[in-house]
Design a protein around this ligand. Structure first.
Ligand SMILES: [Zn+2]
Length: 355
């Protein structure tokens, strides 16, 4: 029969390991141990009543919510395949292959919040696009009406989700000024992205090499200027992630301005910072996860370290290293031997479950 589950209620007080080059994301940890434990005990009882644990065969599914997550990086979608350009059909093939191998699209924002909601046994994957080029989200005129280009990334994501139930449409678009390059449609596009469950991220105002910026003012203009522009269309929208242009880091003394600041009265605060290349990310529940240094994998055909099809094969060969969902975002379910690798200090209220 099914192996017995152990529900472990932990108040986790594991020190965040300070990163050598970036400030750690030191969230306040609740040290008021006793009341918290009592509260969690009550809540746990409620959860248990609702849960149908004994219908999930953990030995068969082998959930591992400390496994690695691929964050894929795309740039242009265009008619000819080249470095940094994916054709529409190749992007379709990427999504189909991911779906067929048990991956489902989740939002980067949800990963950072630890709210990873995919069915039991499946694996989350994050899609990101840099540079806000037209091929990512284009409107074309058809029979006197403006419609989404079915060969643009947004059109393809919608189409593939239609064809593959449960795939999802989540993706994050890291844009610069004049996102998607059809100014007359910008407002509509940004509003629709949100409706489709997609996110907008910061890729700076003008795409500079941040390592060459020398003043806090210019850092704040590059970060806050883009947020201000997006908020001129979507006043309530909070951008909370940044993809570094060219993957280049700002000088160390200016790094804090990549995270937080303000420009002309517009404040910004990035809770996730994405790098360029080249391997899968830790799970947000892993003690070594650093939200300010999230690596990405390139969505291209080369079967080399750093590229999608290399890592797909890698996880086929090493399924124990892949994030496998337990289907219930309230729990972080892991094989018992990984217990010393978990850190839930940024995710109060989640419970660890081992098998
Ligand atoms: Zn870029």
């Amino acid at each position: 029969m099914y192996k017995k589950l152990f529900v472990i209620i932990l108040s986790v007080f594991i020190l965040l390991s300070a990163c050598t080059t970036t400030p750690a994301n030191n969230e306040e940890v609740n040290n008021d141990e006793t009341p918290q434990e009592q509260k969690e005990g009550e809540r746990d009882k409620e959860y248990k009543d609702q849960l149908v644990d004994d219908e999930i065969d953990f030995e068969k599914i082998r959930p591992n919510e400390l496994g690695k997550i691929m964050v894929l990086m795309y740039h242009q979608i265009g008619p000819e395949e080249k470095e940094w350009i994916r054709t529409p059909d190749n992007f379709r093939r990427d999504l189909q292959t991911l779906y067929d191998h048990g991956y489902r699209l989740v939002s980067l924002r949800d990963v950072l919040k630890g709210e990873i909601s995919v069915p039991a046994g499946l694996t989350p994957v994050v899609i990101t696009f840099d540079d806000g080029t037209e091929g990512q989200f284009r409107y074309i005129e058809k029979g006197g009406e403006w419609v989404i280009d079915p060969d643009s990334a947004v059109g393809i994501l919608l189409e593939m989700n239609e064809k593959n139930p449960g795939l999802g449409t989540a993706a994050t678009f890291f844009v610069n000024t004049n996102p998607f390059r059809q100014p007359e449609h910008t407002k509509r596009k940004l509003e629709e992205l949100i409706q489709f469950g997609m996110d907008i991220g910061n890729h700076t105002l003008t795409h500079p090499n941040l390592s060459q910026i020398t003043t806090p003012e210019e850092m704040e203009r590059q970060m806050g200027g883009l947020v201000k522009e997006i908020q001129s269309y979507l006043p309530d929208y909070q951008i909370d992630t940044l993809a570094l242009p060219f993957g280049a880091h700002p000088k160390e003394e200016l790094y804090p301005y990549a995270i937080k600041g303000q420009y002309q009265g517009t404040e910004y605060h990035h809770k996730g910072i994405l790098l360029v290349g080249s391997h899968p990310s830790h799970s947000p529940f892993h003690k070594d996860f650093n939200p300010l240094r999230i690596p990405r994998i390139r969505g291209e055909d080369l079967i080399e370290y750093g590229y999608l099809y290399y890592w797909l094969e890698y996880f086929e060969k090493n399924p124990h290293l892949r994030y496998i969902s337990d289907g219930d975002p309230r729990y972080v379910t892991i094989p018992e031997e990984l217990l010393n690798e978990v850190d839930l200090s940024n995710f109060q209220g989640k419970k660890i479950r081992t098998y």
